[in-house]
Design a protein around this ligand. Sequence first.
Ligand SMILES: [Fe+2]
Length: 334
Amino acid sequence: MGGYGRIVAGGASRQPGAGSTPAHRESILLPALDGSSTIGGAGPIGAGIGLRQPHVESVLAQRERSLWFEVHTENYMVAGGPRLAQLRRVREAFPVSFHGVGASLGGPAPPEPRHLSAVKRLVDEFEPVLVSEHAVWSRAGGVWFADLLPLPRTGDALRRLVEGVDRYQGAIGRRILIENPANYLSFVSEMDEPDFLNEVAARTGCGLLLDVNNVYLSARNCGIDPPRYIEALSGDRIEEIHVAGYEADENLGEALLIDTHAAPVSEAVWELLDFTLARLGPRPVLLERDGKLPSFEALMEERRRAGTALARRLPDPGPERAVASGPVPERTVA
Ligand SMILES: [Fe+2]
């Protein structure tokens, strides 16, 4: 599927920095000299990969300078043991971001205090370059659901999500990014999703994590226009981008696409990433893969495409600076 390239890059009317809080400005993304980007001086951020346990030894053998990894925060809410030990080894070698899936930020009850305390302990120890969660709900009546459920975009849901983000940020002492959901049904809503997310960001000071696969699925399942959706988001708030693969529903086929993260990124989503980077400039891009896990080398190959898309949006580094994009020197990892 083509057509995103016809949209003029940088066509949004919003001014970078408009409505930013001081905390937001501190973490604004800056171009780096090594073909990647940095966030708040935290280190190089180019294209990253979701860290999955079977890949850890392959990850530790990597020497790619701009590589970084994202983990699901809840997977490390343990008192000790091999999983935390592995993450410590990875963190010694690479920047790591924390991506939460269990806070239920917009649910009928605010995020659970013990959950937030566990996130804070991890954030304090690992000092992730980014912390993110989802603009969804997944808990009610003391029951946690397996899915990340979209919110009806009403004034009441907006207030709940703002309170959830405020509590999360207050508890961990950090700004977070919130991610747009994958939609499977069209709600009768009072606000469009970009306006809803922009408003939460404006009221809480949080940033946005734009999952372009989720935008594509929402377009196919519910009929939104992807370029219009992306242009309506506050571009200066978008500090990370996700790409992932989807699968067609077992019963309905292509009429309903499911955000499984169990397939390679589709051509349509790669095109949407190009469109997004053309509009925003370089941002950290993260390749998500959770199911039907291929080898780490196969993911690195897929990641290469994200790196190429990012490199197109960076200034030409010149021959002297280009040297810095090679492998990092040997390092010792415990
Ligand atoms: Fe995502």
